[in-house]
Design a binder for this molecule. Structure first.
Ligand code: COI
Length: 375
């Protein structure tokens, strides 16, 4: 895997000042914004502004700006519409009790964004521009950061090929944007166990493909199997490896963990076709801190199915920025259908969820130095 080591950002104020702010002339009325913040549904309402930077092959990154949130005008020949040269990230801004606003491990997201850019032949955005754009946007739309339990401002940085041409080659014009949306829990039922359908007919990624890049194409490939999961009464799809169709990989947009009765915690190892989740790596740390044996390895589906039948697997959970830590209460596939932990949230699952969110919302000391103040 190609890794790009993040250059440590300089002072945040200096980064924010690089962005020209053109405030919207039609801000959302206070009562409408307050109504949206009171019951935010995932990814349905957007703030008044967006961050934007333009790249051209001959100029590099130029025109750092915060502008009115609104539709983009694209030529029908715009490269992203044809060849999906696009990447994105998912992050959150959390309001702490004293009103300050923080984000979680932005340097890890910035580094992954650079790795994804490399794989999709897009230009790398510096850690400074990545973090500066987020801070500038959050400061402009500060009134949009929700304060409630489990609520946050979801941040969606993304980059796409904006050049209009039909040849198949890396674009010489690219746009980077970051938009923001006040959100509550990702799953409509809140923090309740979800059901998972293991797809045996479709795969998300293959060796040498784009599975470890956060690009839209991976998510497009998950939509039909996700529909199949729903047709089988499940909330989410889980993919197996495409070479042998036997090892667990990840869900449609989340990593997966398995807890055994002996207290060990297992997660699929990063083989190149699995996304290296920031939440995943944080959970590996938190679980290790608690003294659990932690194993990153190839996990055969048969081991999970047998372990659920004989009780040696006690908990399974999904994780990601959007899903945080979500208990899995049922695992089904063509020839099996098992409850996990009697369909109830697992003890370790919920303890890790509480610990992680306590760090993110500033309710417990941030002993790993993961939080970064934005405003
Ligand atoms: C996230 O967890 O932030 C993602 O980008 C995944 C997507 C399913 C919402």
């Amino acid at each position: 895997m190609t890794t790009t080591s993040p250059i440590l950002p300089t002072e945040l104020e200096d980064l924010v000042e690089l962005f020209d702010v053109a405030p919207t002339d039609s801000p959302t009325p206070d009562d409408e914004r307050e109504a949206a913040l009171a019951s935010p549904r995932f990814g349905t309402v957007f703030t008044d502004h967006m961050a934007r930077i333009t790249w051209r092959k001959d100029t590099g990154w130029i025109d750092r700006r915060i502008e009115k949130y609104g539709p983009l005008q694209l030529d029908p020949a715009t490269a992203v519409l044809h060849y999906a040269q696009e990447i994105f990230e998912g992050m959150k801004a959390y309001k702490h009790a004293d009103g300050s606003v923080w984000t979680f491990r932005p340097d890890a997201n910035a580094a992954r964004f650079a790795r994804s850019a490399h794989r999709l032949a897009l230009p790398a955005l510096s850690v400074d521009d990545f973090i500066g754009s987020i801070a500038a946007l959050v400061r402009t739309d500060l009134a949009w950061v929700p304060g409630g339990e489990d609520s946050s401002l979801y941040l969606r940085p993304f980059m796409f090929a904006s050049e209009a041409f039909l040849g198949v080659r890396p674009a010489t014009e690219v746009e980077y944007l970051c938009i923001a949306s006040p959100v509550g829990p990702y799953f409509a039922g809140g923090v309740k166990p979800v059901s998972i359908w293991v797809s045996q007919d479709y795969h998300r990624a293959a060796p040498g493909g784009t599975g470890d890049a956060k690009c839209g194409g991976n998510y497009a490939a998950s939509l039909l199997p996700q529909t199949e999961a729903q047709e089988n009464g499940c909330d989410q799809v889980c993919f197996l490896d495409s070479t042998t169709n036997t090892f667990l990989e990840e869900l449609g947009g989340m990593n997966v963990f398995v807890v055994k009765a002996d207290g060990t915690v297992h997660t699929p190892e990063l083989t190149g076709s699995i996304l290296e989740g920031v939440t995943r790596s944080s959970i590996l740390q938190l679980v290790t801190d608690r003294g659990h044996g932690v194993v990153e390895r190839r996990i055969p589906l048969t081991e999970i199915v047998d372990g659920l039948a004989d009780g040696s697997i006690t908990e399974i959970f999904a994780c990601g920025t959007a899903a945080v830590v979500t208990p899995i209460g049922r695992l089904a596939g063509g020839s099996f259908d098992h409850q996990v932990g009697g369909g109830e949230p697992g003890e370790l699952t919920m303890a890790i969820r509480t610990e992680l969110t306590d760090i993110q919302y500033g309710r417990t000391p941030d002993r790993h130095g993961w939080m970064r103040r934005l405003a």
